[in-house]
Design a protein around this ligand. Structure first.
Ligand code: GAL
Length: 371
């Protein structure tokens, strides 16, 4: 009996030593998201936290209220706490250089999440979607839906653009993809832009603000459409801006047609607008998959590996390894780019099939806890 008790004691001691060793081994990941005020980042934060925790990592998740100083402080705190890996979705891609130099000095690897972080050699990798392709999908949707044909200039249409935050490196890619795709039709006079606002700078929306997009569209409608000019297309780079633009069209557009309104993200309010016919499409980015790719990459980095194209084999989502497109001013940042796709009223069920959304009557709700 004594023997059994002492054997059990030894076993318990060995087990507790194991657990302690494991706990000491458990690495912590610091995740810095820009803001809770834009829906998608709530989902990103939740999926990243869930997936890293499930893989046995400690997680520190911070949101910085779209405030650049706060994000620098928040990341500074994560560095001081001694996290082993940083995953950062920047508010302003140009403003983290000094803070991330501190991360580098402390030997903490950094993954730029969704938005490229500029002018820092502290970034090891970039995980995002093919941002230019997001814009291409929006532009191509307009071409297909209106049936535009470069050989047929008999029918012309009016279009207005709304782009994103100039501080977000993605915003130029989205606008560029859409504008380049539509440019041949603009040059041929098939698509006209009554406001004359043809450059990114003229149509950018600081902080991706819904209210600013609403105001800008109200001004455009008042200045260029109050005489009965028909608006056929409002090309919006993402859902938060599309929300404001759709509101301006509902309240301030005199025409009787419903213009095509594009978006990006699959935010719940926009999916409702798609059901209600106030928005025509959204470019969907599965951010649970984006978190999953980040997890595989993070695991490899923390295991001391130098991931490359070979990592693609361990991913469950479709992605490309890109070593050409994203130069952050210090050189090319190797990138894992996921694939965005178009959702319309007819394909909403595709979102439910991902398990990330569910039907609530005629509308969709997110199955994520935070949205
Ligand atoms: C971009 C992101 C988009 C959109 C936007 C506003 O950087 O890629 O998906 O969410 O920010 O949050």
């Amino acid at each position: 009996m004594k023997k059994i008790v002492s054997m059990l004691l030894i076993l318990a001691l060995a087990l507790s030593l194991c657990v302690t060793a494991f706990a000491e081994d458990a690495k912590t990941v610091g995740i810095a998201m820009p803001t809770r005020s834009l829906e998608r980042w709530n989902r990103d934060g939740e999926y990243l936290e869930e997936q890293f925790k499930a893989a046995g990592y400690g997680v520190e998740l911070v949101y910085s209220d779209n405030d650049i100083t706060q994000q620098n402080n928040d990341i500074g705190n994560l560095i001081a706490e001694g996290v082993d890996l940083l995953i950062v979705a920047a508010i302003d891609g140009e403003s983290l250089t000094q803070t991330l130099a501190d991360a580098k000095d402390a030997g903490i690897p950094v993954i730029a999440y969704d938005r490229l972080i500029m002018n820092t050699d502290a970034i090891s990798y970039y995980v995002s979607f093919d941002n230019y392709q997001v814009g291409v999908l929006q532009g191509q949707f307009v071409i297909d839906t209106l049936g535009l044909d470069l050989n047929d200039t008999s029918k012309t249409y009016n279009i207005e653009f709304t782009a994103g935050d100039p501080a977000d490196n993605n915003a130029g890619f989205f606008f560029g993809g859409a504008f380049d795709t539509l440019k041949p039709y603009i040059d041929a006079g098939i698509l006209n832009i009554p406001s004359g606002k043809t450059t990114f700078e003229q149509v950018a929306t600081p902080a991706w603000s819904t209210d600013t997009a609403l105001e800008n569209m109200q001004n455009t409608l008042a200045s260029f459409y109050s005489d009965g000019t028909v608006l056929d297309v409002a090309l919006c780079s993402n859902d938060s801006t599309a929300l404001g633009v759709a509101q301006a069209i509902s309240s301030d557009y005199a025409g009787s047609n419903q213009p095509l309104v594009t978006g990006q993200d699959g935010d719940i309010a926009n999916l409702q607008n798609i059901v209600d016919g106030k928005q025509t499409m959204t470019v969907y980015k599965n951010v649970s998959d984006e978190a999953g790719v980040t997890l595989e990459l993070g695991k490899a980095i923390l295991a001391g590996e130098t991931p490359d194209a070979g990592l693609l084999d361990s991913l469950s989502a479709e992605a490309a390894y890109d070593t050409e497109s994203y130069d952050n001013g210090t050189g090319i940042i190797p990138s894992y780019l996921l694939v965005p796709f178009v959702i319309t009223k007819d394909s909403l069920q595709t979102l439910v099939d991902t398990g990330l959304y569910a039907w609530d009557g005629d509308y969709l709700v997110s199955t994520a806890a935070t949205t």
